[in-house]
Write a protein that binds this ligand. Structure first.
Ligand code: PAF
Length: 281
């Protein structure tokens, strides 16, 4: 497995790979890797012939300096995990490589960025769009793989790719969970053992909602789920929203023909966790 930091080095390896490989797959990450990331590498290996991962903790997508500072950084372990998973090339740029000057671009994603994460983390998706567009430009992959845990992020990246006419195919991969049901996240590394147990209630509440939603009106179900969160020790609910999968518009009643996704953001101590579940109609 090759590891490169400079964009010029990345591009010369990719140029060579293009001579012998038909399809370049790309898995962008911020490091602190877990099984969720490795499942993306696995998918990339199944669907493409040369797999590139990037590790870059992007400062522009953190709306709180403290969150950026505390984001786990585990480069040596990450590289070992990527090597063992069969990744071909890892791109580990510095902030100066990605942002040689301040990125002044302001994206407009309309309603997609005015709800949930967009509402609660101002500027977050603009930072995601800035870095992902730069990474796509540097790597020039055919297919990029993202986790469905960041469901709204995937919708934003799809919109960005369309706005900028980037010739790349996007694949969303299923959420990988701990045996307790807790969605895998780099932020889980900041949870204590007790907090991990407490945080496993998130998926329990989501699966309860998915199993029982037909017995309630939408507002009743929301109330019930919110009550479950309020009575869950150690958890502080930020939002629980039930939205249309494509538009992310909040639903007021059960639709007949659109996919429903229930999305949640919760604080467990100081750690902010997100999760979601798709309801089958
Ligand atoms: O999902 C993530 O890890 C990040 O938001 C991404 C897509 C790597 C951009 O920094």
């Amino acid at each position: 497995m090759l590891v490169v930091t400079a964009i010029a080095d990345l591009q010369s390896v990719i140029k060579n790979a293009r001579l012998t490989h038909q399809k370049i797959g790309f898995v962008p990450t911020m490091g602190a890797l877990h099984q969720g990331h490795l499942s993306l590498i696995k998918q990339a290996k199944a669907q493409t012939s040369f797999v590139v991962a990037s590790i870059f903790v992007n400062p522009t997508q953190f709306n709180e300096a403290e969150d950026f500072k505390l984001y786990p950084r585990t480069l040596d372990v990450d590289l070992k995990m990527l090597d063992e998973s069969g990744c071909d090339l890892v791109f580990t740029p510095t902030v100066e490589d990605i942002y040689p000057s301040k990125d002044l671009r302001k994206f407009d994603f309309g309603l997609l960025e005015q709800v949930m994460e967009g509402l609660h983390r101002p500027g977050h998706f603009n930072g995601v769009a800035q870095v992902v567009s730069k990474l796509f430009d540097a790597v020039q992959a055919d297919v990029a793989f993202f986790g469905q845990k960041d469901f709204q992020q995937f919708a934003i990246i799809k919109a960005m790719v369309k706005q900028l006419n980037i010739p790349i195919h996007l694949v969303a991969c299923p959420i990988v969970r701990e045996p307790s049901g807790l969605a895998m996240s780099s932020r889980n590394q900041r949870l204590s053992k007790l907090q991990k147990e407490q945080a496993s209630a998130i998926y329990k509440h989501l699966t309860w909602a998915k199993t029982n939603f037909k017995q309630y009106s939408l507002s009743e179900l929301k109330n019930e789920v919110e009550k479950c969160f309020f009575s869950s020790e150690g958890l502080e609910l930020e939002y629980f929203e039930i939205v249309d999968e494509n538009t992310l518009i909040e639903l007021n009643s059960w639709p007949v023909d659109v996919k429903i996704v229930a999305c949640v953001a919760v604080f467990c101590g100081k750690v902010r966790l997100i999760d979601n579940i798709v309801f089958n109609l």
